[in-house]
Design a protein around this ligand. Structure first.
Ligand code: HEM
Length: 258
């Protein structure tokens, strides 16, 4: 009996505390009206709409979505997977940045030390490498899914164009990362790649010069590609991702069969 009374008191105290926290200005400034965490939330159609409208995570979709659009089997979550891989690459990339210096004298040694002497170094490096390969694959498969569903048709044609830019940026991220280990494979792959770009009509020589930061591959090329890889291309990608996600919502969510 005494135990039950104690238990009751504890539950009363918890209810009081919950009430106090939920009534505070700080709590209500974080959770917007209609949130399930607000005091007195009821499961009404209006509140359900609010939950979607006010959540950053649910914001990708419009307030009302077609039933097929929320099925994983429709999109195979390939867009979401591409985004997840982008985040994974950012996190693992930041780890690698702590141990890597982009100079011809240090780059290769730094990667070697990372793999052999740093705790989790080999694991994180491989996560970054495999993540990059997988992202190229998942973005390509996402594009194929969009194509086979005819989701590039109006009103989504602009988002298709944004998607093509994202595909190019994904390939650029992958290619600029290739030089950074500064090994024979990287050097010759980038030599072949930049030679091919040298055949660009009219501006070929200039494109090659800008990419190599000179006439041939050297330590300046490494610094240039490093900055492109860790700062410039990811920054531009984030901007286009934001536009891409915003348009998925504004174009009426995921398209359905005609
Ligand atoms: C970094 C690369 C990309 C990311 C992270 C990404 C992410 C997403 C996400 C999360 C969605 C909504 C869910 C889904 O369809 O899976 C989506 C939809 C869409 N994406 Fe992408 N995407 C990328 C690249 C591309 C590419 C390369 C294309 C085409 C060239 C494209 C075209 C579209 C279109 C048209 C939609 C709307 C699909 C529909 O209404 O059914 N995206 N994207």
């Amino acid at each position: 009996m005494a135990k039950t009374m104690e238990g009751k008191k504890a539950s009363d105290r918890l209810a009081e505390l919950t009430d106090k926290v939920q009534s505070s200005q700080a709590w209500n400034s974080i959770f917007r009206p209609g949130s399930i965490f607000r005091k007195g939330y009821t499961d009404s159609p209006r509140n359900r709409s609010y939950v979607i409208m006010n959540s950053v995570l649910y914001h990708l979709h419009p307030v009302k979505v077609k039933r097929h659009a929320v099925k994983v089997s429709y999109t195979l979550c390939l867009g979401g997977l591409s985004f997840f891989l982008f985040i994974l690459l950012t996190v693992t990339g930041i780890f690698l940045m702590f141990y890597y210096r982009p100079t011809a004298a240090q780059a290769w040694d730094d990667i070697y030390t990372l793999q052999t002497s740093i705790t989790f170094g080999l694991l994180v490096r491989n996560m970054h490498r495999w993540g990059a390969h997988l992202m190229v694959l998942s973005v390509f498969l996402h594009m194929a899914r969009v194509f086979y569903h005819g989701a590039y048709k109006p009103p989504r044609e602009f988002n298709w164009v944004i998607g093509v830019i994202l595909l190019t940026l994904t390939l650029l991220l992958s290619f600029t990362g290739y030089l950074l280990p500064w090994d024979q494979l990287a050097l010759w792959a980038v030599t072949v790649g930049t030679n091919m770009m040298g055949y660009t009509p009219v501006f070929g020589d200039q494109v090659r010069f800008v990419l190599l930061s000179g006439r041939e591959i050297g330590t300046d090329t490494l610094l240039r590609w490093y900055v492109l890889h860790v700062l410039f291309v990811p920054f531009v990608t984030v901007i286009f991702l934001a536009i891409h996600f915003w348009r998925v919502r504004k174009d009426g969510g995921i398209s359905g069969p005609l």
